[in-house]
Design a protein around this ligand. Sequence first.
Ligand code: FCB
Length: 450
Amino acid sequence: MSEIKFPKDFIFGTATASYQIEGAISSDGKGPSIWDEFVTRKGKIKNNDTGEIACDHYNKMEDDVRLMSELSYQAYRFSISWPRIFPNGKKILNQKGLDFYDRLVDILLRKKIKPFVTLYHWDLPLALEKEGGWLNRDTAKYFGDYSNVVIEKLGDRVSNWITLNEPWIVMACGYLLKVFPPAFFKPFSSMKVAHNLLLAHGFGVKAVRENSKNSLVGITNAMMPVYSNRMDKYDKSTKRADAIVNKLWLDPILKGEYPEEIRNEVYRQNKKNIQDDDLKFISQKVDFVGINNYSRLIVKPVPFPFYNFRPVNPKHPGVEFTSMGWEVFPQGIYELLKRIKIEYGNIPCYITENGVAYNENLEQGKLEDHNRIKFLKDYLFQVHKAIVEGVNIKGYFVWTFMDNFEWAEGFAKTFGLVHIDRNTLKRTPKLSAEWYSNLCKKNSFNYLDE
Ligand code: FCB
């Protein structure tokens, strides 16, 4: 009864992102990204940490893949650093950058680990930011040019492509909250940013179709069920929040239209930006959607134009938080998956990220993170429930393989299955890494014991 078994072809992997692990920020001809610049701004990153070294994965890649393979992980989702391929964002190719990912793919395949490649996980070439970044429609086109080159090179071996990682976070953290680059406050241009990101997604899909006939392509979104703090009411601002956080990044792609709740504002902010066939382009067929889920969002109404909601912290008895301050809310992942089935035609989907940061330390060379194992079990239990109820979910990726540079939180927050010593960069699998290894081997886990 307590054995939770997954379908035969279900895939279990881990996920990372280039800037968070690679380091080697100017090795072999790499150009600067917006993150390379942002981390030098005073007060933006906890403890003034930077990704200059990160996990030094650029130099330790073979060892990392070997460890992944020893742990029997079946798939690996990683992202490509655009400025490694095009140091200025466009035109002049940096062959050595491309070669790095070429080698990575070969090594993964040799170890029978399935690569899932994200084309954009936030490290925009700095040169393109200087031309307007995501406020500039041309950025989407340059993303297409870059994607063409990458897919032409790797598309004979990589068969799963993700265009963008979490465009909602790019927009919210970069253009509203000022916690990620470019750190603007532009609520009344944010829908332009959204449109240009969705357009970039369209260029990514086109690049996959044109360069790798047998590949599958999708987008990865940050999704959270949205609740009202009045609990009993699904009021207007909650609906608005849901439209902006969730629907904005799926409706244009899967339904060819902007969500009704925000449509007028999208068009108002994009007067000179949206062109006639854009929605058709954005809604080219995709093969799957990726969902990143950690928690839920509870909102209260505020009298601000358009963004008429603010997050509030849950206070109910027994509420648990991670070291990020995020509420542990396993049922949310089930709610999202059901929604994909009911509202989006049960398109194949993956959990492309789920995981947790807790405060923890190595003790006598070991890290027994029972709390992380419990977290993963509770979320996976809900994923399994969705499968049983017919949701077309194909796989699950833990965020993340190893402790890494957690954006504005620097190295203070550790999400890894593998611990990294910040001084020596030594990799030590945590207990959760072994637990996940067993899950990969058996395709099942026992809910009651470890
Ligand atoms: C997601 C990001 C990922 C990581 C996790 C904790 O929003 O995609 O890079 O930072 O959160």
